[in-house]
Design a protein around this ligand. Sequence first.
Ligand SMILES: Cc1cc2nc3c(=O)[nH]c(=O)nc-3n(C[C@H](O)[C@H](O)[C@H](O)COP(=O)(O)O)c2cc1C
Length: 207
Amino acid sequence: MRTTDIHSYQPRQGHGLPHDPFNAIVGPRPIGWISTCNAQGAANLAPYSFFNAFNYVPPIVGFASIGLKDTVRNVQATGEFVWNLATRDLAEAMNTTCAAVPPEVDEFVLAGLTPRASTLVRPPRVAESRVTFECRCTQVQQLHGADGTAVDTWLVLGEVVAVHIDKALLRDGIYDTANAGHILRAGGPADYFTVGPEQLFKMHRPR
Ligand SMILES: Cc1cc2nc3c(=O)[nH]c(=O)nc-3n(C[C@H](O)[C@H](O)[C@H](O)COP(=O)(O)O)c2cc1C
């Protein structure tokens, strides 16, 4: 690749493209479909694609909220959240739960989803979701830029304290990612991907 073939830019000065490519490049991303409840116990459910896993033992997952949204407020109030796997059959329901509605609106009802009681934490799980993680918050960290200026973005990290998996997704005890129907968020206003067996390839680490 020649230098003249490379589009370079400094994000603080603008990308010079019709759409910011950042989200399309760092993607497709798993979706943190997060259920919480407020101090009074009212349920909330919302998707966060700034989501990932950060540790094996103990398992720790995290998501980032652009602005202090209800989900973060609820985690700060209760110290708990649940992650629900978003799959192709639940894509439209997941999307419905991102509506900007007042805190008192229960997104489970809005999206026609069934709350199922968790075992260790108060927020309910999405009964239709095939994998759920009950989490206890470990950190809520406000982000800052390279110049130290605070950014109105909040990274929530939590330890997974209970895991629930649809047994149909355990083939000989091995979790079958390829056939679970995971959906992933890409860039633009509407791009998503699914993964299936045709995308699977195997490669072992060098010894
Ligand atoms: C697939 C998807 C991914 C999203 N990812 C994020 C995200 O990473 N961070 C964020 O702040 N909002 C994200 N949103 C928007 C929130 O879901 C939306 O603002 C929602 O209303 C927040 O709900 P809450 O206020 O109940 O927490 C996403 C929306 C969708 C549909």
